[in-house]
Design a protein around this ligand. Sequence first.
Ligand SMILES: Nc1nc2c(ncn2[C@@H]2O[C@H](COP(=O)(O)OP(=O)(O)OP(=O)(O)O)[C@@H](O)[C@H]2O)c(=O)[nH]1
Length: 194
Amino acid sequence: MDTADLDTPRNCERYLNWAHAFLVVYSVDSRQSFQGSSGYLELLAWHAKETQRSCPALLLGNKLDMAQYRQVTQAEGAALAGRFGCLFFEVSACLDFEHVQHVFHEAVREARRELEKSPLARPLFISEERALPPQAPLTPRHGLTSCAFNTLSTASLKEMPAVAQAKLVTVKASRAQSKRKAPTLTLLKGFKIF
Ligand SMILES: Nc1nc2c(ncn2[C@@H]2O[C@H](COP(=O)(O)OP(=O)(O)OP(=O)(O)O)[C@@H](O)[C@H]2O)c(=O)[nH]1
């Protein structure tokens, strides 16, 4: 999240409930920003405990190109990250795009790992039509599952596959429609349905 905040978290509720991962960034040349980042990590830990929903956080020391003006050592950054169990990187947003890109990929991987731990939170895709077996009602955690069930009740729902396995599938909206040879809807398997 880009909170556009000063060094303390304020009005973060919507980000906390919406995001799947957090990048907490300080500047290696600013101790004040480092202290602020610790406040954000504490807030994330508190929120995870309150909601029983843990989201990965990554701690980033930015402005590595300003290392000659360093106020925060790499060891301090690593120690803070270790306290909160998050990954830690030092980067330079202005000089090293590839490293920043790597960090974002790590954030996505972490978020996916976290989602895989809680199957009900996984995005769903729709496969061929099939009667749904009787099952206990799902408790949607972010509205996604309820949306899919309400709008396409006869379709069979599966967990989203890994991106590498993504392929095209055909979706028919209902049995009646398929008998009438109504136009079918083609979706990219793995597409997240909101
Ligand atoms: N030297 C250097 N400067 C950077 C780097 N990344 C950002 N800056 C500078 O730091 C300042 C703040 O950058 P922002 O991206 O606006 O940081 P922010 O924390 O999102 O700031 P707000 O938008 O006010 O919340 C800008 O002047 C950037 O040019 C970096 O890697 N190296």
